[in-house]
Design a protein around this ligand. Structure first.
Ligand SMILES: O=C(O)[C@H](O)[C@@H](O)[C@H](O)[C@H](O)CO
Ligand SMILES: [Zn+2]
Length: 299
């Protein structure tokens, strides 16, 4: 544990850096700047950042088997063609809620894209409550709503046996589990598995490691925590130099490195002066645990 190293690798100041995903084929980290309305790719070898600017906020990005990416932007599930930067709508949600937008998302083990919505933030972590829902985009581009009454739909991942979906609604300050039927993509039996302590901040993005433990980025907590979902306990805390840590994923060689995104939107001047690297992306090495490769959207 003493060999943990934290480096600021992308020094850009994203408004809300989020949804990091490692694309092994290209050797790049793909991520979004939600309110900056961008999808970006960073190559750790060349240090080059490529950016596609969008017309609406973009909550999440995921890999797509047929090439390019699938994104959750505004209230639209869309395909992003990286070569010509074109965006093609696949499906729409929350059409009765003009103030909503998509937030975090991830592809399930069978290639379905899950993403949730929220009401646009009045300021960080302040929203009209209960406006969000969790949705799935199936490979045939049909959409299913799992549940509503969500405040800020956030981190998602699946247990290694694919029988459990882990889910975060940030303002519940908890990590939830749901029974998952990987054959149909249906969820049931939602319950809390971990309730955050006050100093841990607000649970945001999340990923699972190859030992079945959850890594949760804590917004306003300046840390990632490793949660044992069976024991309902935090088993490791890694603090970062910025408070507004938003999400995390494993990547790099054999998925042995962790990437952590952060935000700078809505910071007061005092915090902005004290943590000028807010909005940057960090790399953590020496954790002694690996991640698992992300699944590609099958549609
Ligand atoms: O990135 C997200 O998930 C939200 O869009 C952000 O605005 C913050 O992270 C959130 O307020 C903290 O829960
Ligand atoms: Zn988030």
């Amino acid at each position: 544990m003493s060999s943990i190293k934290i480096e600021c690798v992308v020094t850009e100041k994203y408004k809300i850096g989020e949804s990091p995903v490692w694309e092994d084929k290209e050797g790049v980290l793909v991520y979004v700047d939600i309110t900056g309305q961008k999808v970006c790719r960073w190559n750790p070898n060349t240090k080059v950042i490529q950016t596609v600017n969008l017309k609406e906020p973009v909550g999440s990005v995921a890999l797509r088997k047929s090439g390019g990416y699938v994104i959750a932007t505004g209230t639209t599930f869309a395909a992003l063609n990286w070569e010509d930067q074109s965006v093609t709508t696949l499906a729409r949600v929350d059409e009765d809620k003009p103030n909503n937008r998509f937030n975090d998302g991830k592809v399930d083990p069978e290639g379905r894209f899950f993403a949730g919505t929220m009401s646009q933030e009045i300021r960080p972590a302040v929203v009209e409550r209960n406006q969000g829902s969790l949705f799935t985009l199936y490979p045939d581009h049909s959409v299913v709503k799992h549940f509503d009454m969500v405040d800020i739909s956030n981190g998602i991942d699946w247990s290694l046996d694919h029988k459990t979906l882990y889910y975060i609604d940030s303002l519940s300050f908890a990590v939830d589990a749901l029974d998952y039927d990987v054959k149909t993509g249906k969820t049931s039996n939602r319950r809390h598995v971990y309730k955050l302590q006050q100093d841990e901040g607000i649970p945001d993005g999340m990923c699972i490691d190859s030992e079945g433990k959850l890594w949760v980025a804590c917004y306003n907590g300046g840390r990632v925590i490793r949660v044992d979902p069976e024991a309902g306990k935090v088993i490791q805390t890694v603090k970062l130099p910025v408070d507004k840590t938003t999400s995390c994923c494993f990547g790099g060689k054999d998925y042995s490195e962790m990437y952590v995104t952060s935000a700078c939107e809505g910071m007061d001047e005092e915090l902005a002066a004290r943590q000028p690297q807010s909005g940057a992306i960090y790399k953590i090495t020496g954790l002694g645990v690996k991640g698992i490769p992300p699944t590609e959207f099958a549609g």
